[in-house]
Ligand binder design. Structure first.
Ligand code: SAH
Length: 356
């Protein structure tokens, strides 16, 4: 059986053509899937009975069962979605000053094993397919109150989106399709730990989608100790790629920097970061470490965070401190995946697939 939610509109057109369906069928189906949220073919009343029956023989429409919702005291909500194979992925809904952002997962687990990140402890369990990514959006929309609308989508949940490159690109194409959900590409962000070839390719292929780069270290040695991927793609190479990315007019690249107490939070780090970002239209988001039981790092004191920010600002780098939304429900950056670890407390975490 073919899940129609795997297909971009172009792919669906090709699939329909192969089956001898009329030309308009693909956009008609797209509307049913994403605008009217059909869950079966029976209700597609503008298709003939025989067309519906023939679709039902070869295709299915996937969706995610209602999530378990964990509301945070700060107004954000974590959703736990159980996938068809029983694996669980998490998305986080974050209301903030007129915006409503959904933080999406792109993989179950992650291969990159960044030392401060809980999802990294799981290793890569598997990639999500495009339907599983898009269905997180559809399922989250069902949880909104009337009048609420998702304004932004960020691939900053579980997983390294650029490690699941083809499926990510497909999911973005589906989400931005005008006969579908119609999200503006500029309201979608993909965040990467720094897969350089995929980063270049992605920026060329989908130039309107925003990019965020997780830096979190200011020397090669320090970054390698925190993010093993730095062995494969060095800080130097990563920043060179960032300098060369084709940025739309007025657009800046976002750099994320997880602040770890007495590890990468010194004034020297801040000064080095200013120098590293020279020549890049950059904005920095400082994320004070969200502590969890699987990493030996602590969150710096507030004064330390503020002085790090002050040094960057003095160096004329716009710098923001990201509030730790959803920390109380383990829904903050780097805390997703706890449900897996709790479900298998005795099983050793899978060895991270060696892509680093
Ligand atoms: N793999 C992608 C996206 C997922 S992580 C990436 O690395 O960008 C989303 C953000 O959370 C990244 O910037 C990451 O560095 C940050 N992060 C990971 N663990 C964290 C933690 N324990 N505390 C705060 N931020 C963390």
């Amino acid at each position: 059986m073919t899940d129609l939610k795997q297909f971009t509109l172009d792919e669906l057109r090709a699939w329909c053509a192969e089956r001898g369906e009329p030309r308009y069928r693909a956009s008609q189906l797209f509307r049913w899937l994403y605008q009217r949220r059909a869950r079966s073919f029976e209700g597609m009343t503008d298709l003939s009975k025989s067309a519906r029956a023939s679709l039902a023989r070869t295709a299915v429409i996937s969706w995610l069962p209602t999530a378990r919702v964990e509301p945070s005291a700060d107004g954000s909500r974590k959703f736990l979605f159980t996938l068809a194979d029983g694996r669980v992925v998490e998305s986080v809904l974050i209301p903030d000053a007129g915006r409503l952002t959904l933080c999406l997962s792109s993989q179950v687990g992650c291969a990159l094993a960044c030392r401060f990140c809980l999802t990294g402890v799981l290793g890569l369990i598997r990639h999500l397919d495009p339907g599983e990514m898009v269905n997180q959006v559809l399922a989250a929309q069902e949880q909104l109150s009337p009048g609420q609308r998702l304004t932004n989508l960020v691939f900053m949940g579980m997983g390294e989106p650029l490690h699941n490159y083809a499926n990510l690109v497909r999911a973005v194409r589906i989400l931005t399709e005008s006969v579908g959900l119609g999200f503006a590409a500029s309201r979608i962000t993909a965040s990467t730990a720094g897969l350089v070839p995929e980063l270049r390719r992605f920026a060329a292929e989908l130039p309107r989608v925003k990019l965020a780069i997780s830096l979190s270290g200011t020397t090669e040695e320090q970054r390698t100790a925190l993010m093993p991927i730095n062995r494969r793609y060095s800080l130097r190479e990563l920043l060179q790629a960032c300098r060369e990315l084709p940025l739309p007019r007025g657009r800046r690249l976002t750099f994320e920097y997880v602040l770890l107490r007495e590890v990468n939070d010194t004034p020297e780090d801040a000064e080095r970061l200013v120098r590293l970002l020279r020549g890049i239209r950059a904005k920095v988001n400082l994320i004070p470490m969200n502590e969890h039981a699987y990493a030996p790092y602590a969150c710096p004191e507030e004064a330390r965070v503020l002085s790090f920010q002050a040094i960057l600002r003095a160096g004329r780098v716009s710098t923001f401190i990201r509030a730790n939304r959803g920390r109380d429900v383990s829904g903050a950056c780097g805390q997703l995946g706890l449900s897996h670890l709790q479900a298998h407390p005795h099983g050793a975490p899978r060895a991270a697939a060696r892509i680093a």
